[in-house]
Design a protein around this ligand. Structure first.
Ligand code: HEM
Ligand code: PLO
Length: 484
């Protein structure tokens, strides 16, 4: 139709007054898997009711691309929920703010700042390598012990974003870092996971354990952010911009001097929440992917061996890996791509909202509908992927094994379009360098007396890995060799 609205009516799950379709969803903590399996009965595109909210679930890449790319602007909204409103002070950040001029301005600023400090800058590569070296040192000291790598990986990644956002970093055992680990876990466990308070906001008036935990954790996070903010405000001179926080302060200073455009005033809350987003996303996503990568290497030692052979051949032992080595190590790059496919960090992206009456395929979608893109379904579609549950980095390589490419368009680990991830370049730099540094020196193994840890994820705002232990064995060639 010329108006862009479809004619068909979408199939929907049965819904009861008040609760909507919750009966079909109840008791399934792994929401992405439940929404995936409902395709059998309702097709790949269907509707359902979460309380009074109409939700459209997209399970195919064709529809996902239509929502994100072709009609990106019509679907660029975000829902307001109790938990994300608490996290972002009512949508004053980027990820959970709805589409609008201020959001566009914030996103553009952060994008520019990230390109200035990050992508393509020698300084950032140096910072990542500094953290990779420190990570390797820790692994070396814990050699042959059954080590929980999670805190070590988190600290390495945290220090990279910390340098970027605040021009600071944490040492091992730093109490502020330990506090951050704890509050961040609490937030990941409670925010934006379609919990009942987000479906029925009136439930807030009752005592609720998750909500209390979220509020407690946010208090700690907010104190930490506020302290960094105050320090930066005091030290900021307007001449030197050391980090993202300074960059945002400078934009505001310029705006104040040139009288701000109406509607584009950045308040303290906007600056704080924006940095909070980059910090939170910067830590939780990249750390999660590294954990998944390590876990898959334990399960597939032949993949690990192949990465190491490629590295021995192309880089050797005499020097450390650099970012410019990326084209030399296609098998490592393919492994990273495969990890992002098989265990998408953000299995349902962040929900989108239609900003006008529109359509998906032949179906009309009313304004205000929530649209959930099930990336799990897109990445496990049997029509698009050969044995989707099999971990096979080779599927991302061309016939000569020299170049990486996606064999299917059904691959969107960072989303696409107006709301595409802001950190893709940064994340890929980190994933490559951290894995290359560790695997050049160590072979990662499952401790002898323990079973292989589970590959099942835990659904939440990111798809979490269950805790597991690793033995990092110094590779033969490094024994007795000068390290560093
Ligand atoms: C949004 C994936 C790392 C910052 C997203 C989205 C996905 C995603 C799927 C949602 C897109 C949508 O709703 O349509 C990933 C993956 C990462 C990663 C797989 C790591 C491998 C990062 C990093 C940063 C970051 C390191 C920060 C520097 C953001 C922000 C948004 C976002 C700010 C919100 C964008 C918006 O709503 O406009 N990411 N991300 N991400 N990501 Fe990432
Ligand atoms: C992670 C916990 C932090 O304490 C706060 C935070 C901020 C931004 C969120 C991030 C959390 C989780 C991952 C998110 C990110 C914005 C974009 C990213 C949702 C909740 C993804 C993968 O979409």
């Amino acid at each position: 139709a010329p108006t862009g609205t479809g004619t068909g009516r979408l199939r929907s799950l049965p819904a009861l007054p008040l609760v909507g379709s919750l009966l079909q969803l109840a008791g399934h903590p792994q929401l992405h898997l439940r929404l995936w399996s409902l395709q059998g009965r309702y097709g790949s595109l269907y509707g359902l009711w979460m309380g009074s909210h109409y939700v459209v679930v997209v399970n195919s890449y064709q529809h996902a691309r239509e929502v994100l790319l072709k009609k990106g602007k019509a679907f660029a909204g975000r829902p307001r929920t109790v938990t994300t409103d608490l996290l972002s002070r009512g949508g004053k950040d980027i990820a959970f703010a709805s589409y609008g001029p201020l959001w566009k301005f914030q996103r553009k600023l952060v994008h520019a700042a990230l390109s200035m400090f990050g992508e393509g800058s020698v300084a950032l590569e140096k910072i990542i390598c500094r953290e990779a070296a420190s990570l390797c040192e820790t692994l070396g000291a814990a050699q042959d012990m059954a080590l929980d790598m999670a805190p070590e990986l988190t600290r390495a990644v945290t220090n990279v974003v910390c340098s970027l956002c605040f021009n600071s970093s944490y040492r091992r055992g730093d109490p502020e870092f330990e506090a951050m680990l704890e509050y961040s876990q609490g937030i990941v466990d409670t925010v934006a996971k379609e919990s009942l308070v987000d479906i029925f906001p009136w439930l807030q008036i009752f005592p609720n354990k998750d909500l209390a935990l979220l509020k407690r954790c946010l208090k700690v996070r907010d104190q930490l952010l506020q302290q960094k903010f105050n320090e930066h405000k005091e030290a900021f001179s307007g001449d030197t911009v050391r980090d993202l926080m300074d960059a945002l302060l400078q934009v505001r200073l310029n705006a104040e001097n040139n009288s701000p455009e109406p509607g584009l005033e950045l308040t303290d809350d906007h600056l704080l929440m924006t940095v909070g987003d980059i910090f939170g996303a910067g830590v939780e996503t990249t750390t999660t992917v590294l954990k998944w990568a390590v876990l898959y290497l334990l399960h597939y030692p032949e993949v690990q061996k192949k990465i190491q052979e490629e590295m021995d051949q192309k880089i050797g032992l005499a020097r450390h890996p650099h970012l410019s080595d990326r084209p030399l190590l296609p098998y490592l790059e393919a492994t990273i791509s495969e990890v992002l496919r098989i265990r998408p960090v953000s299995p349902l992206l962040i929900p989108h909202v239609s900003l006008a009456d529109t359509s998906i395929g032949e179906y009309s979608i009313p304004k205000g509908a929530r649209v959930v893109i099930n990336l799990w379904s897109v990445h496990h579609d049997e029509k698009e992927w050969d044995k989707p549950e099999e971990f096979n980095p080779g599927r991302f390589l061309d016939e000569q094994g020299q170049h990486i490419h996606s064999p299917s368009p059904s691959y969107l680990p960072f989303g696409a379009g107006i709301r595409v991830c802001l950190g893709e370049v940064l994340a890929k730099m980190e994933l490559f360098l951290f894995l290359a540094w560790v695997l050049q020196r160590f072979t990662l193994e499952c401790p002898q007396d323990q079973p292989l840890p589970s590959l099942e994820g835990k659904f939440g705002v990111v798809l979490q890995v269950q805790k597991f232990r690793v033995k990092a064995r110094l590779r033969e060639a490094w024994r007795g060799e000068m390290v560093g």
